[in-house]
Design a protein around this ligand. Structure first.
Ligand code: IMP
Ligand code: MG
Length: 179
């Protein structure tokens, strides 16, 4: 199927993202003050840019781990069935955990991931999402920290893709089809 042509309109600038991450990191550092065991778990692949900026701004001792859950594939529609494609490497029992997601859309992915990680008995488990699309929610979940709440638009950039493209844009933009 030939790709439908589209353009990307900037929605959130790189500068706004950086400023928001500074604010979020102050709150996170306060929440986890004194921890010597925070494991920051990035959900692949969309959170890889966000987690990189987040941990460099966070003034806490951290370990970084990754988990991959099944996602959209190449479509723009979310699936209710979430599978773990790649599990974290480390043990989290008794440890502080921060799950880092790119976008909470229907909420099924984050709900499933939190459920699995909670069953491993971490001391504390918190979640952060760069973007939140509350109008799309199907599962009853909200990230503990949210970078930006956005309307129901399909977005790309800053790690987030459309059919694996545009992850390398330094800003968040929305996809607008031109035909
Ligand atoms: P959920 O399970 O519906 O909450 O889906 C979350 C996942 O869908 C996110 O981690 C993203 O990978 C993907 N996703 C949701 N909205 C968008 C979007 O606007 N652009 C690209 N990917 C998205
Ligand atoms: Mg994702």
């Amino acid at each position: 199927m030939p790709e439908r042509p589209y353009v990307i309109d900037q929605m959130i600038s790189a500068k706004s993202i950086a400023a928001r991450i500074e604010e979020l990191c102050e709150e996170i550092a306060t929440e986890f003050e004194g921890t010597n065991k925070l494991v920051v778990v990035g959900l692949l692949r969309g959170s890889f840019v966000f987690i990189a900026d987040l941990v460099r701004e966070l003034e806490l001792p951290v370990e970084v781990d990754f988990l991959e859950a099944s996602s959209y594939g190449n479509s723009m529609e979310s699936s209710r069935e979430v599978r773990i494609l790649k599990d974290i490497r480390g043990e989290i029992e008794g440890r502080d955990v921060l799950v880092v997601e790119d976008i909470v859309d229907t909420g099924h992915t984050l709900t499933h991931v939190v459920h699995i990680l909670e069953s491993r008995k971490p001391a504390r488990l918190k979640t952060i999402a760069l973007l939140d699309k509350p109008s799309r929610r199907e599962a009853d979940i909200r990230a503990d920290w949210i970078g930006f709440s956005i309307p129901d638009e399909f977005v790309v950039g800053y790690g987030i893709d459309f059919a694996q493209r545009n992850r390398n844009l330094p800003y968040i933009g929305k996809v607008r089809f031109t035909e």
